[in-house]
Design a protein around this ligand. Sequence first.
Ligand SMILES: [Zn+2]
Length: 311
Amino acid sequence: MFDAVQRITLPLPTGPKHVHCYVAEGTLFDTGLGLGEVEWPPVERIAITHMHPDHVGGAAAAAGATGAQVYQGGLDYAQCERVWGSHDWPERIADWFLASGVPPAIAQQLIEQGHAFAPFIRFQHDPALLYEGSELDGWQVVELPGHADGHLGFLRDGVLIAGDHLLGKITPAIGLYPESRPDPLGDYLDSLARTIELAPRIAYPGHGDPIEEPVARARELIAHHRRRLDETEAVLDGEPRNGYDVSLALFGEELGPAQRRFAVAETLSHLERLVREGRAERTGDGAPVSYTGVQLDDDLPPSTSPQGVGA
Ligand SMILES: [Zn+2]
């Protein structure tokens, strides 16, 4: 057994209002948003769970302050460069949302917010890269795609540093984004099944309290998304509906642009999973991309139903 995991909590201006970093035996896991000065303890290495701003945004500053080497997932770093290191990402993501029926005024606000935000995310360039099967000072590196395509977990002696893969009270956002893996919810359900197999005894999440029963929480999250898939399927009828339209039905009409962005991305991840389960069809090669429910013929014997229906 190694020494206790130490938690460092940093403020966030939005959302859960805080993010946790952890230190265990000379390794710092995640670095916060990078707002303000942080008194980092002496560490020999810094490991990043995923490229979202509240985890990677302080990496360059933490590396500068401690002299530690930064480690990040290979796919995660590639996406980090593409999103935070490029000038036209806000336009690319706005185009993508327009193609899902998001009104131009909302897309324009996303572009402006994106350009305002990106310069503050000071990730570490050219980190050492980690992959499934890598080991980092006794920690087993586990790829847990879903919340982010390249999300990593770090497992040692039954302790999982979970990032945002498992959260106690919040449901981690699972969104479909451009230039990303095509079925993030399918990835996430597989990663939750993997978590059940790995059976950690405790998980330390990026937000909220330590998770004392990670396996039970993984099962809850699988059940949650199964319900959400049913609710998403129920919104679809004979008419093609785009992702924005379906998000209005699932999340209501009252969201601001940033919240709408998450709602549309989350809706699209569920729609794409329904397509893969044979429960919906994607229609229209041009914009907007639309989805139609699949009408099952009740007269067919059950063996010919698409896999997953009614399961
Ligand atoms: Zn995240």
